[in-house]
Design a protein around this ligand. Sequence first.
Ligand code: SF4
Length: 358
Amino acid sequence: MQNSGFLPISKEDMAERGWNELDFILISGEAYVDHPSFGMAIISRLLEHEGYRVGIIALPNWKDTADFKALGRPRLAFLISSGVIDSMVNHYTASKKIRSEDAYAPGGQAGLRPDRAVIVYANRVREAYKNIPVIIGGIEASLRRFAHYDYWDDAVRRSILVDSRADILVYGMGEKPIVEIAAKLSSGAAVTEITDIRGTAFLGSISQQNLQESGPDQIVIPSFDEVKTDKRKYAQAFLVQYQEQDPIRGKTILQLHGDRYLVQNPPALPLIEREMDQVYALPYQRTYHPIYEAAGGIPAIREVEFSITSHRGCFGGCSFCALNFHQGRIIQKRSQSSIINEAKKLVWLENFKGYIHD
Ligand code: SF4
């Protein structure tokens, strides 16, 4: 089996590269698909480009810690995501029936990831290794960073940072924050000292910082205890979150959870055209890992195999849409030549039928 173009998923793959240790291990609630429509592929390739040794643990068995130890202890951190879809949306229909398929798993098999995958995976990592930095990101972590209404529980849940026991949450588009975090960890900073990176959130103690009051650079929103019982307070908190989701003028937001404050730093600055071009020029294999071939592949690749991402963000600001909270309202676009170069690669792929879709 030819795995050489993909990042390591086993100790054997690491040995092929002459690595006895990884810098970062990405744990994902979806199969390993090395395509730029998948956040895990982008983050892993970006870290590789920055010179780090990166490995992938996809769809681990969460019933015990064995899969979480498969690549050993990383030098710098575990990075955890549920994948491109929230695990609850992936598992259940809007009428709360269990879905029979998972397009992001081998052969479309359902049930290979747990409910609330980010929380489960992060806690398994904590069981497997003591004192290892744990960083969570992706859509599930991003959209659950504050106290939030959960449709499945029909209740307000606390920030996912509390239940996952992660050190840092990367929200929105993760390229800039993860490169900054990696540089700080690599230079010897303790993960608890990394509190000032845009596009991240963490839990701080009340005594740790001046976190109690709103000021020129920070806003305190109603606490978890307030928003879980008072709809007006919930609406007030959400309004501030929405208004401050602005990389230019957005402030730090604080929300009390018990005796700790959730601290959300302002959003990461949008990628400029050159940075977008760099991200999409990384050496993606553009398909799923061959280990899934025997099971029938990963159905989700069909939607994106011949698509090209031209831009991110939307200025629409529709009240029912979460895009503002994840990609932001500022349009980030690639250059024409970058898009054309990607199109030229697509036409030589085996299954290309002559058209490129959204
Ligand atoms: S629904 Fe979302 S993506 Fe569509 S226009 Fe509204 S904000 Fe933009």
